[in-house]
Design a protein. Structure first.
Length: 795
């Protein structure tokens, strides 16, 4: 593209000459976007030509969400052009950081599931592996979060513009997806076939987004489907206006409200569009016989949202390619593998049979046949009635998608060692016993290219100056920082970088949200989607506890702390939205109290997303990873914060366990019950939070303050929260763990009192974080599951 700053400036000024009528920043953004995209397009074409010329096995990663973040700056980083562009623009009187902010973040994801998918896409391309993504193009994203009187409100995310979008429409590659209709038997020369008569067709139009690997050597593709009106014949019994409206809704929002049946149907439409369109696309003009699909294609389904890929692949092989059931099943179960992301039983996806039977009649028949044949094989093995019930795909009018995903896949993985063990020994015990070679662990990872190199260039530069640049390609080499963990000069340099990142976050918050923060305070960060098991409630209750101590104990004057919250609650998740309201209300009380605000400050970052995370994570000093042990599958925010030198306060849950193993518990603040204790309480149903309240005056006082509304000056009705803690028996063990949590926070204050020791602990965390790179995770998937070969360099 360009080899020097001067060459960039020349290219840039020549291109910008025709855009003088525009505002300078908009003009600069458009010019830089076009220049970068043209270079990417050239190498993208070369990569695709290489795939066609030298066909190797390809991976296709199916995911309902991809939380990719802004792409311009990240592409420049991966192309190794970021510094040249930044310096060149500086000399032209322009700030690259300001130009980047003109890009809207694509509304393609929500939380960890989508961010993991994005990290995996980055690692696949950076490792020169032939791996691509399939997802949906949501016009309105998840939602944009605003706070009104402390309440979360939701508005569509308007990220799609007339031009300069991250993706490009490929209208000639559109496919047709069929819903509803009647399944008919047709007798022909090839035998009996099933067809769908009078379906409602929806056109799926692909939009392609380039995934730029490190050094720009491999550029893979993320293909996103948008639902549009089909030109095919339309059933006369249907209203076309209603059809147009319903079609537009399919790819309008991520995770539409499914509290009503209409919302459930919409989610099913989304999931089937993803699976059907993607599989049709994959098998459009294969360069190999369909019998050889497993040797040429690997499909990874990211959680159960794409589990309909299993019956859909069966449908294509049987109905479109005239294969017999046994052969089609053999191909399917050697092609698809499944990643489980959940432990919570209520989060295991299930669908009412009548919904799938009506919306996807052929798919329902195939699922029914899969279930029937599987049960017959189990009965032939002499399985008990109880085991048959647990292993059935269809039970009491409900389809269990996780069971379908396990039965129809050749490999099934959890995403942390603890999570995988819980799946094998408890949640999917019978399935693991039935398929002892299917289950394996692949601990999640994060791309250091975004979360360290892009988000924290100052720290990246310090690391390179200290241990050399090989860590950029081999992140496990971050362990060389252990040698500098007690080096006073290096620790002072690290402290200077952390101070700078805190100041950058302060500037960002003051500019965008008019929030003023004390840079000398401890930055305590809790950034996650809102859910009961993630225990944002415990965090804010602890702050309430601290407030009470400061107000009523004149000897208690702790070092100043700023508690940052960020995250969204699902629009219909009432409890989580009540916790958000509670945090905002208590924040107002704390931040406006002249005595307390000298010691405590609460900041709730509005509309938390990837861009916000890139400010928060490098500035973090304390990382809140406080989920109920046994409930978090893995977590990846914990890894990002660790890699940037934050110290973890956390439970033995998810990937925390492996992080503590790597860094040593002495370099973290571990608290709370272990998973075994939690599961024992749940099994015996012996936990009674009322006993804790009755025996603990401090907790009892907090509960009274909430119940009477005195603490929040009547601004919130905390009945719903109190009810969960008492009547619902505190299902996430908040009150059981809160004193252990508070003691861990006291240890944080004591440790922070020794700045050099704190910096040493931070550096040890960074040094131990390299193993949590998604490059390691993807290489393990490739070696153990997908069996991919590296792409030759296109340079």
């Amino acid at each position: 593209m360009f080899s020097s700053k001067e060459e960039f400036k020349k290219f840039f000024m020549n291109r910008i000459a025709d855009k003088r009528s525009q505002k300078s920043l908009e003009m600069a953004f458009e010019t830089l976007w076009e220049m970068t995209h043209e270079w990417i397009q050239e190498n993208w074409n070369r990569t695709n030509q290489l795939y066609e010329k030298e066909p190797e096995k390809q991976l296709y990663y199916f995911s309902i969400e991809f939380l990719i973040g802004r792409v311009l700056g990240q592409n420049l980083v991966n192309l190794n052009f970021y510094d040249v562009v930044k310096e060149g623009l500086d000399e032209l009187g322009l700030k690259l950081s300001e130009i980047e902010e003109l890009e809207d973040e694509p509304g393609l994801g929500n939380g960890g599931l989508g961010r993991l998918a994005a990290c995996f896409m980055d690692s696949l391309a950076s490792l020169a592996l032939p791996g691509h993504g399939y997802g949906l193009r949501y016009k309105g994203g998840l939602f944009t979060q605003h706070f009104v009187n402390g309440n979360q409100t939701e508005q569509p995310t308007k990220w799609i513009k007339e031009k300069n979008n991250a993706d490009a429409r490929q209208k000639d590659l559109a496919v047709e997806v069929a819903y509803y209709g009647d399944v008919q038997l047709v007798v022909g020369t090839a035998g009996v076939k099933r067809t769908i008569e009078n379906p409602v067709w929806v056109k799926a139009v692909p939009y392609d987004l380039p995934i730029v690997g490190a050094n720009g050597g491999t550029i893979n593709t993320l293909r996103l489907w948008q639902a549009e009106v089909s030109e095919r014949p339309f059933p006369s019994t249907k209203d076309h206006t209603v059809y147009e409206h319903e079609t537009a809704k399919i790819t309008d929002r991520l995770y539409p409200d499914d509290s009503l049946e209409s919302g459930k149907i919409l989610r099913l439409k989304q999931q089937y569009l993803l699976c059907s369109a993607s599989l049709q696309d994959l098998l459009r003009n294969p360069s190999f016989p369909v019998e050889e699909i497993p040797e040429n294609i690997a499909i990874q389904i990211n959680d159960t949202h794409p589990a309909l890929a299993i019956p859909e692949l069966m449908r294509i092989l049987i109905d479109d390619h005239s294969l017999g059931w046994e052969q089609a099943w053999d191909i399917t179960t050697r092609t698809i593998s499944y990643t489980n992301h959940t432990i919570l039983t209520e989060a295991m996806e299930k669908w009412d049979c009548h919904l799938i039977q009506s919306l996807l009649p052929r798919i329902y028949l195939i699922i029914e046949e899969i279930d029937l044949r599987f049960k017959e094989s189990l009965q032939n093995q002499g399985k008990t009635v109880d085991v048959l019930r647990k292993l059935s795909i269809i039970e009491e009018g409900v389809i269990k998608m996780a069971v379908l995903a396990v039965v129809g896949s050749y490999k099934v993985n959890g995403v942390a060692k603890l999570h995988t063990n819980i799946l094998k020994k408890r949640e999917m015990k019978e399935l693991n016993e039935q398929f002892p070679n299917k289950f394996h662990n692949k601990t999640n990872g994060i791309t250091h290219r975004r979360w360290l190199i892009k988000a924290n260039p100052e720290l990246s530069e310090l690391i390179t100056e200290t241990i050399g640049a090989r860590w950029v390609k081999e992140p496990e080499r971050l362990d060389e920082l252990h040698s500098f963990a007690q080096n006073p000069s290096f620790l002072q340099d690290f402290q200077a970088v952390k101070k700078l990142k805190k100041e950058q976050l302060i500037y960002h918050l003051q500019r965008d949200q008019n929030i003023v923060v004390d840079s000398a305070s401890i930055f305590d960060i809790h950034i996650k989607r809102f859910h009961g098991y993630k225990r944002q409630l415990m965090n804010i209750l602890h702050i309430q506890m601290l407030y009470n101590r400061i107000k009523h104990d004149s000897t208690y004057r702790p070092y100043p702390r700023t508690f940052f919250f960020g995250g969204k609650a699902a629009p219909t998740y009432h409890f989580a939205k009540q916790v958000i309201k509670m945090i905002n209300t208590i924040a107002s009380k704390v931040n406006n109290d002249p005595l307390v605000r000298e010691h405590l400050h609460i900041v709730f970052v509005e509309n938390y997303n990837v861009t916000q995370a890139e400010y928060l994570i490098p500035a973090a000093e304390v990382s809140e990873q406080i989920s109920t042990a046994s409930k978090e599958a893995s977590g990846t925010g914990n890894m990002k914060l660790m890699m940037n030198g934050a110290l973890t306060i956390g439970t033995f849950d998810g990937a925390n366990v492996e992080m503590f193993e790597q860094v040593g518990e002495e370099n973290a603040f571990v608290f709370g019950m272990r998973a075994e204790e939690i599961m024992q309480y749940e099994k015996e149903k012996s936990y009674n939070p009322k006993e804790i309240i009755e025996g603990d005056p401090e907790i009892a006082k907090m509960m009274r303050q909430l119940a009477t509304g005195k603490f929040t000056d009547g601004k919130i009705n905390a009945d719903f929260i109190v009810e969960q803690l008492l009547e619902d028996k505190d299902p996430y063990f908040v009150l059981k763990d809160i004193h252990s949590y508070a003691k861990a926070h006291e240890k944080i204050l004591k440790a922070y009192d020794n700045p050099m020791k704190w910096a040493e602990m931070s550096v040890k965390n960074m040094a131990a974080s390299g193993i949590f790179s998604s490059d390691r995770t993807i290489q393990q998937y490739s070696d153990d599951v997908w069996h991919l070969s590296k792409v030759p360099s296109i340079h």
